[in-house]
Design a protein around this ligand. Structure first.
Ligand SMILES: *Cc1c(COP(=O)(O)O)cnc(C)c1O
Length: 376
């Protein structure tokens, strides 16, 4: 089965990990800062804070903004559950907003319609790897005194009007899960230009303690104080060594994803029943996912899914809208009808395999399988 996504790991990645294993510091050591420093070069931000997952990155962002019970954060319904969960971690309320039917990105008008006196932040999602309308979202955030947070777990290596993902919002979260653009096994990063927010997140990932063991060793002191309630969300030096090695190859991998997407686009052009997601002008899509919408008037999505799987193509569905999950229905009383476009899209979407190591032969298998699955 060709999976919808998978990691690329070379001998130099393995060597970097082995070197970290032989070093004095398995965690809280120098590899963390080295990885963060390298990351800002890609993300275009002044600061990057490495954490243990993309979910921890989102949680850290909500914590740094002091999102608390009674607050609302606007979240697109069409995303992975963690985007909304981070709001709930802080005791606040996610307010689900609908997406644009052709790109499945949040529409600024929808976001605006959800702003109330309790809104603290807008959390955008660069679905599939395409940046949202950041100029419009920025205006909305500034006009209403809100923070703008980007869940860019799909969009590492993407850009909007020449500005990289990681520099488009006040805080941006990334994931290094193996299906994402690069991996540390598990891992995440938050970028920001605000030194105070960066400092709060560094403390947050380390129990709410300002200094780490490495810094205390250097300063020759044992003394530390916990000033707020944090977590252990640290990324190890072993993982950061892998991340730094992977990061060097990221630009080439993003180019590969874009190249595969271009060939899928032209193969599916004019294919009845299949519509790739709309790509918007002035942005560089980094294609974490290649998503098509299946026209139910031509062919049933479930049937296409089954036929693809039968021919060895591991198609997938991203995502069930978050407000339809039992947890959200029970805790917040959400349900069908709240975000009709997201709910409709859930019935139509399929993610096709896309990852740097996908061969030309495998690409052809995907294309031919889609054609025959829709009866062409
Ligand atoms: C992968 C992902 C996350 C969570 O990342 P983890 O590293 O798995 O915790 C959050 N949001 C979106 C949109 C994602 O795709």
């Amino acid at each position: 089965m060709i999976p919808y996504g998978r990691q690329s790991l070379d001998e130099d990645d393995i060597a970097a990990v082995v070197q970290a294993l032989r070093s004095d510091w398995l965690t809280t050591g120098p590899e963390i800062e080295a990885f963060e420093k390298a990351f800002v070069g890609i993300a275009g931000s002044s600061h990057a804070v490495a954490v243990s997952s993309g979910t921890a990155a989102l949680h850290a962002a909500m914590f740094a903004l002091d999102v608390k019970p009674g607050d609302e954060v606007i979240v697109p319904a069409f995303t992975f559950a963690a985007t909304a969960n981070c709001v709930v971690f802080q005791g606040a309320t996610p307010v689900f907003c609908d997406v644009d039917p052709s790109s499945l990105l949040v529409s600024p008008a929808e976001v605006e319609s959800k702003i109330t006196s309790r809104t603290r932040a807008i959390l955008s999602v660069d679905y599939a790897g395409q940046p949202c309308d950041y100029d419009e979202l920025r205006v909305l955030a500034d006009r209403n005194g809100l923070a703008l947070v980007a869940d860019a777990c799909h969009a590492l290596g993407a850009a909007y009007k020449g500005r990289p993902a990681g520099s488009l919002a006040d805080l941006t979260a990334f994931s290094f899960h193996p299906v994402k653009h690069m991996t540390t096994g598990e891992g995440g990063m938050i970028t920001t230009n605000d030194p105070d927010l960066a400092a709060r997140m560094r403390s947050f990932r380390n129990h709410g303690i300002q200094t780490d063991l490495h810094q205390r060793a250097k300063a020759g002191t044992w003394q530390y104080e916990m000033t707020e309630l944090g977590y252990n969300y640290r990324l190890t030096d072993i993982q950061c060594a892998l991340g730094r090695s992977q990061l060097r190859k990221l630009p080439g991998w993003v180019d590969r994803r874009r190249e595969i997407a271009r060939r899928f686009d032209s193969a599916f052009e004019g294919l009845d029943g299949v519509t790739p997601l709309q790509t918007r002008p002035e942005r560089t899509h980094s294609y974490h996912l290649y998503v098509i919408q299946v026209d139910p008037k031509v062919v049933d999505r479930g049937a296409v899914f089954g036929r693809l799987r039968a021919s060895g193509v591991g198609a997938n569905v991203h995502y069930m809208p978050v407000h339809l999950h039992p947890f959200y229905r029970e805790r917040f009383g959400t349900g069908p009808g709240l975000c009709p476009t997201a709910e409709a899209a859930y019935e139509l979407v399929l993610s096709l395999p896309i990852f740097p190591a996908l061969s030309r032969e495998q690409e052809q298998v995907v294309i031919e399988s889609v054609r025959s699955a829709v009866g062409k």
